[in-house]
Design a protein around this ligand. Structure first.
Ligand SMILES: [Zn+2]
Ligand SMILES: [Zn+2]
Length: 274
């Protein structure tokens, strides 16, 4: 048995390229064991990034209809990727992935960490005096503070998203104690609230990274803390469902994990990594 189910999936209801139906059809063709959607929540200062209340209601209705239509063929679930700086009623969803996509800026406001290397460099230069470690510390402190304040978190999404544009240490050295200290402090805080983190392969399929999130030193710490993992493709198109899962499973095994969690009709279930 190995993980052949994906619970971090976007559609045309937010920033995905394909409709929920196209994603379901792709999941059936690939014989997935289950498919869970995770549309982006609404963020007031970045309204194009997520679903407002009306759109979210349409999203839930469409997925509910597909769930009925495909009953007996493919278990379909309706989750949400809740940005920690956004607002959303998470009660109608099967599960909540809590993610931070922004750095809070010292003078107020936010900068997205995953849009482009240029935006990240600009934020470091303009708002953190060129000190990338202050930028990282602000990201992790903000993430931990906000996740602790969330009403409900079932899965922590792409914990170290701030490394998206940092392959080759272009922005900062991930071995530097200033980076590692900030990341590990946040991880320890967050793990007490939600001991379940994604291994997210989304930046690999989109050509930004060669390795999943989180980095091995973080995964080893998660294992030492007794946390669980969920494999997640963060698919924005029907071609990438479960993309990179064998590599993610190997990475997890190398960091001590033998099992991963999947969502089911009765909540999370833990299965062997394979
Ligand atoms: Zn995300
Ligand atoms: Zn996502």
């Amino acid at each position: 048995m190995s993980v052949h189910a994906d619970f971090h999936v976007h559609t045309t209801f937010c920033d995905g390229a394909d409709t929920p139906r196209a994603m379901v059809e792709a999941a059936c063709r690939a014989h997935l064991d289950a498919l869970g959607f995770s549309g982006h929540s609404f963020v007031a200062f970045d309204p194009a990034a997520g679903m407002g209340a009306e759109r979210a209601a349409l999203y839930r209705a469409e997925i509910a209809a597909l769930r009925t239509e495909y009953a007996g063929q493919l278990p379909i679930f309706c989750g949400i990727e809740k940005d920690v700086y956004g607002e959303a009623d998470t009660s109608p969803y099967d599960y909540v992935i809590a993610s931070g996509h922004y750095v809070p800026l010292p003078g107020g406001g936010f900068s997205p960490v995953d849009v482009s290397p240029e935006i990240a460099e600009h934020a470091i230069r303009t708002h953190f005096g060129g000190d990338a470690y202050r930028y990282c510390a602000a990201y992790y402190e903000g993430l931990a503070t906000r996740i602790l304040a969330e009403a409900r978190v079932d899965i922590v999404g792409h914990f170290d998203l701030i490394t998206k544009f940092n392959e080759g240490a272009l922005l900062f050295d991930e071995n530097d104690p200033r980076y590692r200290g900030a990341a590990l402090d946040a991880l320890a805080c967050i793990a007490k609230k939600c001991p379940r983190f994604e291994i997210n392969t989304g930046a690999i399929s989109r050509g930004w990274r060669s390795a999943p999130y989180p980095a091995p030193f973080l995964l080893k710490e998660l294992h030492a803390l007794g946390c669980h993992i969920v494999l997640a493709s963060d698919s924005h198109s029907a071609q990438t469902l479960c993309s990179g899962f064998p590599a993610a499973a190997s990475l997890a095994a190398a960091c001590g994990f033998t099992e991963a969690d999947v969502w089911t009709d009765s909540g999370f279930s833990t299965i062997p990594l394979g």
